[in-house]
Design a protein around this ligand. Structure first.
Ligand code: SF4
Ligand code: MG
Length: 338
């Protein structure tokens, strides 16, 4: 199977805001650095990381909301560049972004019907009212908002967060997309309804052969929900592979820490097994391995040399010097608890 969307060595740097105007050197935010990622039709890929790790920036880069600083985005094997104009609109209809806060992405004075009709008008050749109306009803049914007439005349503030997130998924579906980029699609929702939305996304992904990038800080949900998991730290992907591998046999010390610090369900949402500490600033990130100031296994080279990607088999890879093929790494690896 060929990937439908591919990021190759993607890099995004921003000029840092604020700071002293007398600084001689420009301050650069390394939001995304050398990230390669493939999305396949019908498959869910989880992109996991703490807030501030660059995962939202990566999702927006893939949506072409701003130009890349380096690297390339390929859609069906072709490089895409446009961030405006007709070519961008064609791309944007095929690659749909779903955001965390559904309330922020709706016109508060437009009814659900008006909003969805507009989406249908943009993406469908048949402009008849009858087609628009029938399509809106069908879209609402697909996201289990039934009967549709109970929702069409409502305004965004009259719906719950979960219902409105379903409407935003319906709106995305109107474009018959190939890719969903869902940035923390359930994080702002009540815990009790998260699973329903995730299951809906999963069902649509499979039924319509859509590729889904599921951006989340919750590595436990990645395991349940996604076939593939990619872990992001300080702008870089530090571990990737089948979710089962990445979560059950985590190779990178940071992935280990993420798993160990996930909320313990038996002790409630907020109970954390282990304190995770602070992620680094993306302005002048640490040299070498960006995790080295927090890593209990850091070696000399970790402070100066960025680790390459090591292949662990079964398409599981990690960027960590522990997996180098030499004596020091081997000795160090034997000291780890994993
Ligand atoms: Fe730790 Fe070194 Fe691996 Fe980075 S490369 S995670 S510092 S052992
Ligand atoms: Mg974010």
């Amino acid at each position: 199977v060929e990937p439908v969307l591919e990021g190759v060595d993607l890099t995004k740097h921003f000029a840092a805001r604020g700071g002293s105007p007398f600084r001689r050197h420009k301050r650069v935010v390394h939001a995304v650095d050398g990230v390669s990622l493939k999305l396949y039709p019908g498959y869910i890929t989880a992109l996991v990381g703490e807030s501030g790790s660059g995962k939202s920036t990566l999702a927006r880069l893939l949506a072409q909301l701003y130009p890349v600083t380096g690297g390339e985005i390929r859609y069906r094997g072709q490089a895409v560049k446009a961030t405006r104009g007709k070519a961008f609109r064609a791309y944007a209809s095929k690659v749909q972004l779903i955001l965390q806060d559904p309330f922020g992405s709706f016109n508060p004075v437009a009814s659900i019907l008006r909003t969805l009709q507009r989406a249908v008008r943009i993406h469908h050749a048949d402009r008849s009212r009858a087609h628009q109306r029938a399509t809106v009803d069908d879209l609402l049914r697909q996201v289990s908002l039934v009967p549709p007439e109970q929702f069409t005349e409502k305004f965004p503030h009259e719906l719950s967060g979960g219902q409105l997130q379903r409407v935003s998924i319906a709106r995305a579906l109107a474009a018959s997309p190939d890719v969903f980029l869902a940035d923390e699609p359930v994080s702002s929702l009540d815990v009790s309804i998260r699973l329903g939305i995730l299951n809906l996304l999963k069902k649509l992904t499979e039924e319509r052969d859509v590729a889904l990038l599921y951006v989340t800080h919750d590595i436990a949900s990645a395991r349940y929900f996604a076939a593939e998991t990619a872990v992001m730290y300080a702008g870089e992907l530090i571990e990737q592979g089948p979710s089962e591998e990445v979560t059950q046999h985590a190779a990178h010390p940071y992935t280990q820490l993420l798993i160990a610090s996930a909320p313990d369900p038996s002790r409630g949402e907020s109970a954390r097994v282990k304190d995770i500490g602070q992620p680094p600033s993306l302005i002048n990130p640490p040299a070498g391995c960006r995790f080295h100031p927090r890593c209990p296994y850091a070696m000399q080279r970790c402070q100066t040399e960025a680790p390459p990607r090591f292949d662990l088999g079964d398409s599981h890879t990690t960027r960590c010097w522990l997996y180098a093929d030499d004596e020091e790494a081997e000795t160090r690896r034997s000291q780890t608890s994993f």
